[in-house]
Design a binder for this molecule. Structure first.
Ligand code: IPD
Ligand code: CA
Length: 280
């Protein structure tokens, strides 16, 4: 009989191999980099992204697993005899610009699902590779940070809350009207440059919300964090407050609000709705 797969253990091995494989590159990142073309997700591929991706795929293959990989760099690849057994959605390095510039905030992100759909993710890992912090989650079992169960914050005041917003878009003029009231009411706004990790910060109470309204973030970047948020009992919805689901595909983009608790969700949602009304 086939043994059940210990996905957590496999994911942790993937993280360790990514870490091991990229470490020799870290001292040469300020030197000219080879032109490796554009990845499936639409961004220029860096050598470090490819090495991290290979480390993940090789680890899964060492376990003799069959799977379809959905990755930001190489796109969709079928591996093994029954590739539709499960789907591995990976952003090998989330926060590549941070890593290349020496900003210590970047992660590897891997989600396992039964179908190429966000709401079928059942195991996930997001690992902060600089600080050695690993977030994991399994469906129905909770979310963990270095093996300690995590819960989101209970903060309800926008004067105290720390709210992440990704404003990194050339279409900022279209986006700002939706966010003006919230920005005006929020004392502490952040964007740290690796959205998978920023979502985990909401899950473990480091921050209180994270919003990405750009329509630019790929599902490959946030599939793992989606489960970590759910399992920590934080909330992630569309900007309209509907359950968030999307196809897992490097070209599929999402917009969302992730929040720590229902009360702050209500406050943030009301401010966003106010802006929508004013615009009409
Ligand atoms: C990027 C980061 C960044 C976000 C970009 C993403 P990448 O991921 O998550 O915070 O603003 O839109 O592309 O490209 O480094 O995997
Ligand atoms: Ca990436």
């Amino acid at each position: 009989m086939k043994q059940p797969i210990d996905w957590l253990q496999v994911l942790i091995q993937c993280r360790s191999n990514v870490q091991r494989q990229i470490t020799p590159l870290l001292t040469t990142l300020n030197q000219p980099q080879p032109d490796l073309g554009i990845g499936a997700g639409g961004d220029a591929i860096k050598q470090v992204d490819l090495i991290a991706e290979n480390a993940i795929i090789n680890t899964l293959e060492e376990h003799e697993l069959s799977f379809t990989v959905i990755s930001e760099e190489s796109g969709i690849k079928e591996c093994g005899e029954s590739p539709y057994d499960c789907y591995v959605t990976a952003d090998p390095i989330d926060g590549t610009t941070n890593l290349m510039r020496g900003i210590p905030f970047y992660a590897t992100s891997i989600a396992i699902s039964t179908k190429p759909a966000l709401n079928t993710v059942f195991a996930a890992l997001v690992a902060d590779l600089f600080h050695g912090i690993t977030y994991t989650a399994q469906k129905g079992v909770g979310a963990y940070r270095n093996n300690q169960k995590i819960t989101p914050s209970k903060e309800t005041s926008l004067k105290e809350a720390v709210i992440g917003m990704d404003l990194n878009t050339y279409k900022i003029k279209e986006m700002i009207p939706k966010l003006t009231s919230l920005i005006q009411e929020t004392k502490h706004i952040r964007h740290l440059g690796a959205n998978a990790l920023e979502l985990c910060y909401v899950a473990d109470g480091t921050t209180d919300a994270f919003l990405d309204f750009r329509g630019k973030l790929r599902t490959t970047d946030m599939a793992a964090a989606w489960l970590i948020i759910q399992e920590a009992d934080a909330i992630i919805t569309t900007p309209e407050g509907k359950p968030l689901n999307a196809r897992l595909d490097p070209k599929q983009k999402v917009t969302f609000i992730a929040v720590a608790n229902k009360k702050i969700n209500k406050i943030i949602s009301a401010l966003i709705k106010d802006d929508k009304k004013e615009k009409k």
